[in-house]
Design a protein around this ligand. Sequence first.
Ligand code: MF3
Ligand code: CO
Ligand code: CO
Length: 270
Amino acid sequence: MDDPTPSRITRDGIRLFEAADFGGMHKAGRLTAEILDSIAPLVEPGRTTAEIDRAINDAVDAAGATSATIGYKGYQHASCISVNHVVCHGIPGDKRLKDGDILNVDVTVIVDGWYGDSSRMYVAGKLSRKAERLIQVTHDALMKGIEAVRPGNTFGDIGHAIQAYAEAHRMSIVRDFCGHGLGRVFHAPPNVLHYGRPGTGATLEEGMFFTIEPMVNLGRPETKVLADDWTAVTRDKSLSAQFEHSVGVTATGAEIFTLSPAGKFHPTWS
Ligand code: MF3
Ligand code: CO
Ligand code: CO
């Protein structure tokens, strides 16, 4: 059978998509962002993370889209919800949010075969000063990484920009999880590291699609996975934050597929 898209794969095993493929990613990314926008009012003290996940699942269904996470390696939910010292892959459940909790909600949907993957931070009730600082630095670190996306730069340039920014603010970058290529699959080469040295790693080329999703800890970078085989937490129990965008490399920089239509990517915005 002929592949409908001519595949071009770099020496590093990274797929180069066509100009027409950006439209598919844009649609998937926009739905992901709309769903993340829509749950903001639900994040409040007393709410359970299972209730938030249910709303996400309903929104995916209402859009006629598919959740990429339900059934992925046995995972059973439409989102990962990671509260406070949970770094990533938190499983939605019946625990109630408390005033001052910070949480990352990560959603991946499939629209017309294309994957949109994004996560952002939310706050239940009142944001503490130290959590606000962590969230701001994590958000800005992601944007520093995206600013390094352009043809001719390397993945090491992206990782370095993120790491240098977080460490300049005396916070640490999680090494145990990374971003990833995506497109018509959830996870593809390359591994997008959130640390690194300038000029190292594969060279960026127009048509690459991948996520950047730094996890930043207030304390040490080490993580451990709990007995449920999913939930990753900071070993020192320090607070952790994460933001994720799906991006495509254009001729001159990056197109962010998962921009918030409501301008609510960051919890203190609108
Ligand atoms: N969305 C996550 C990512 O950014 C992956 C979650 S996989 C799951 O790559 F199974 F835990 F949902
Ligand atoms: Co991802
Ligand atoms: Co994700």
